[in-house]
Design a protein around this ligand. Structure first.
Ligand code: MLT
Length: 209
């Protein structure tokens, strides 16, 4: 997969997996990744599905209606890519935090719902419930922050709440925070995310290898 890897200065920090929104690429979230943790490795990946010239991480049938078969296939592919990247770039595969926005948040959420022990945690910015069915692994001790806009024209409030519920029901430690914005990220939201990351991730040892 097309990607950028930027080696961090502190090997004790998690590696941040950065996943862009529809129409973005591997450059989009690098500035946010650096703001969240200026010492961590950054692995930023470009989605391989092209919709009207716009990169995405999986196919959709209509806005908000996902091709769930493709979603599952692409999630496994991304997971395999991360496994290989951890060897190529020599980072701790068990200490990976996903940071995704919109379509990137949706595939990160699905990775948690589909593949056991795939992520130490995730920051999901404006996600939806990515798929309605399927068994979900135990997510005990997985730290998840969901940020959402209460005027988001793309993400229905119920879908964000349904995602929180399924993560909660499988043992993840989920925090959901609403902002008075739409689908775009705000600086208030980024500041909140940085605070949460320092309090909930950096001050807690990782739970599995
Ligand atoms: C998706 O397709 O993943 C969501 O609708 C968000 C987006 O527009 O990318």
């Amino acid at each position: 997969m097309i990607h950028k890897f930027i080696k961090g200065s502190n090997p004790l920090k998690p590696t941040l997996l950065l996943l862009h929104g529809t129409g973005g690429d591997e450059n989009d979230l690098l500035p946010i990744g650096k703001l969240i943790d200026g010492e961590a490795n950054l692995l930023s990946v470009r989605g391989e599905v092209i919709e009207n010239g716009m990169p995405r991480f999986f196919r959709r049938l209509a806005p908000g209606v996902f091709d769930e078969q493709d979603l599952m296939y692409r999630t496994s592919q991304l997971h395999d890519f991360i496994d290989k990247a951890s060897k190529t770039y020599d980072f701790d595969r068990g200490d990976l935090m996903a940071i995704g926005y919109s379509n990137g948040a949706n595939i990160a959420a699905n990775m948690l719902l589909q593949i056991p022990f795939s992520l130490r945690g995730a920051i999901l910015m404006h996600p939806m419930l990515p798929r309605k069915e399927g068994t979900v692994p135990e997510l005990k001790q997985t730290q998840v922050l969901i940020t959402a806009g209460n005027n988001d024209p793309i993400v229905p409030i119920q879908s964000t709440q349904a995602l929180k519920k399924v993560l909660d029901d499988h043992g993840a430690l989920v925090s959901l925070t609403w902002f008075n914005f739409g689908h775009k990220l705000s600086s208030e939201e980024i500041q909140f995310i940085i605070k949460w990351y320092n309090q909930s991730v950096i001050q807690h040892p990782k739970q599995f290898n």
